[in-house]
Write a protein of this length. Structure first.
Length: 498
């Protein structure tokens, strides 16, 4: 079925591509994507560290199972290792926490004994699971996950750890600080004090043990793009303003104004810009402005920063079977996930490293993880300054003053002008309603104007898979389906003539 309806998609990330795919397949033949940068993929971005493939953005397929569209597409395009395809891998229910083999290092230099760490990790994981159970209850008396965890650890430590010595107890509290920093990365939040306890349970996990793309996540983008008509995407074409309820252009309710002055008339616009960009530019991006309830949700939902620092070594200083390295600061028993002086001690926010596997493919490459304002400050430093800080850090924690990285490379998502951060989390005061408001098209229900002028897709608009690639794919399909079903329910004479 071919419908000569003009549809403009803003943004060529996975959600924009998914929407275009679905619409073109359904017979819409006037679909175009306007992309601000010179590439497709957005936050799916594969780069290189020397001759090794590294993911600058999305890393894993979270929950690779039949219900996960990214897993199904990756399988269809033959982009996965055989291990990821096994029924055992798909059936594993890891609840968002892959069972990686850890190594723990302490700030006084050297490995820590895992047995000394596990009780604290165990307690933290229990509390995280409990944090999800406040869904819809506002979380009272705690407003945020950070406060809940701190107060419960204090109470439970009194009961459960009363017989251990002060040093061991202090170490366990330092481990809690480390785990809070891990969660800041997982949630893309500055601090767990900014993540709503009442809405934490909105995020849902899928079964399956997280897997990666051996040839790079961008392989998924390449395959999807090859199935779209050529010329459908216009690159280097940032959109400046979406004029909706537009009365100037006869017949077309929306006019899209680009940075270079080009004006494009459309019947429908699907906006997929990241929440970080939307928060910063909503006042100029929409005319008339976004309705107040939508704007409040844009502000209430959280969008922080999570960055990676890749570090290559000539030889490993971790165990052969180690998959994740935690760096525990032994002076942090106050259960903190923010550093007091960002400029001097930003590196303390880096919780540790994941080990790139398999070693035959990557050599000895670690991926450091750092979230929050500390991460945003790190972005302003030169690569040399970052290298120096990481070198000092590794020397301190290994107790080896000669260990030296061979290469260092970091991401800078906060200063990316088209992303302005990493991904969405439920901010303080946020509820299910905010995600509903995010996905609500313009004009709002009940308006007399032409419906579905501006639709919203992108990870921040998925009610339970926000912050993920599969969430983004599903939102692109959802908005395409909204238009497809709209046009299958309108009578032929109502369809726009070409
Ligand atoms: C996942 C993972 N992963 C790490 C890091 C990052 C992200 N994610 P896009 O931004 O892609 O596209 C928008 C386009 O719009 C873009 O091209 C812009 O240039 C363009 N644009 C902007 N303004 C414009 C304008 N004015 N005009 C024209 N164009 C414009 N997801 O599944 N696995 O391992 C990770 C990770 C460092 C930065 C991730 C991961 C998130 C995904 O990358 C992201 O959701 C999608 O790619 C977004 O696609 P899109 O199309 O929406 O936007 C409670 C609780 C919660 C717990 N949450 C935990 C979940 C775990 C999340 N984990 C993520 C972790 C990592 C490591």
């Amino acid at each position: 079925r071919s419908v000569n309806t003009k549809i403009v998609i803003i943004g060529c990330g996975i959600s924009g591509i998914s929407a275009a795919h679905r619409l073109v397949k359904a017979g819409f033949n006037d679909v175009r994507i306007l992309e601000a940068t010179s590439r497709s993929g957005g936050r799916i971005k594969t780069g290189r560290l020397g001759n090794k493939i590294v993911e600058i953005g999305a890393n894993w397929i979270h929950g690779p199972c039949e219900e996960n569209p990214v897993f199904c597409l990756a399988r269809q395009y033959r982009l996965l290792d055989p291990e990821a395809l096994t029924p055992e891998n798909q059936a594993m229910d890891i609840g968002g926490h892959p069972p990686w083999t850890p190594n723990f290092f302490g700030s006084s230099g050297g490995k820590l004994n895992a047995e000394d760490i596990y009780p604290a990790q165990q307690m933290f994981l229990e509390l995280l699971n409990e944090s999800s159970e406040f869904q819809g209850q506002k979380g009272e008396p705690w407003s945020c996950v950070g406060d809940f965890i701190r107060s419960e650890v204090q109470q439970r430590a009194e009961e459960q750890w009363k017989d251990i010595d002060a040093t061991s107890r202090s170490l366990r509290l330092c481990v809690i600080s480390n785990m809070l920093k891990v969660e800041c990365c997982v949630n893309g939040a500055h601090s767990m004090d900014e993540v709503s306890l009442g809405a934490f349970g909105l995020y849902k996990t899928l079964p399956g043990n997280d897997c990666t793309f051996p040839g790079g996540y961008e392989g998924l983008i390449k395959n999807l793009m090859s199935e779209l008509p050529s010329g459908l995407v216009t690159y280097n074409r940032p959109v400046r303003c979406v004029h909706w309820n537009n009365t100037e252009e006869r017949g077309n309710p929306v006019m899209v104004e680009c940075d270079d002055g080009e004006r494009i008339a459309a019947d429908h616009v699907i906006c997929t810009v990241p929440l970080g960009y939307l928060r910063k530019h909503h006042s100029t991006l929409f005319h008339p402005p976004l309705p107040l309830h939508k704007l409040c949700s844009v502000q209430r939902l959280g969008f922080g920063t999570n960055n990676k620092i890749f570090v290559e070594f000539d030889a490993p200083w971790w165990d052969a079977d180690c998959e994740i390295i935690y760096l525990v600061w032994e002076d942090e028993d106050a259960m903190v996930d923010e550093v007091p002086d960002v400029q001097r001690s930003w590196i303390k926010k880096l919780f540790g490293f994941t080990v790139l596997k398999p070693t035959e493919r990557y050599g000895h490459v670690l991926c450091g993880w750092i979230a929050g304002h500390e991460s945003e400050y790190m972005e302003t430093l030169s690569e040399q300054e970052v290298t120096q800080a990481v070198t000092q850090l590794v020397r301190r924690f290994t107790g080896n003053p000669t260990v030296t990285p061979k290469r260092v490379f970091r991401s800078q998502w906060f200063h990316d002008p088209w992303t302005c951060g990493s991904y969405t989390h439920p901010g303080k005061g946020c509820s299910e309603q905010d995600l509903d408001n995010m996905m609500e098209p313009l004009p709002s229900k009940g308006s007399q104007s032409q419906p579905l002028q501006v639709l919203f897709a992108g990870e921040a608009t998925h009610p339970c898979y926000f912050s993920t690639v599969h969430g983004a794919v599903l939102t692109g399909w959802r908005e395409a389906d909204r238009l497809i079903s709209h046009y299958s329910s309108v009578r032929p004479f109502e369809l726009r003539k070409s």
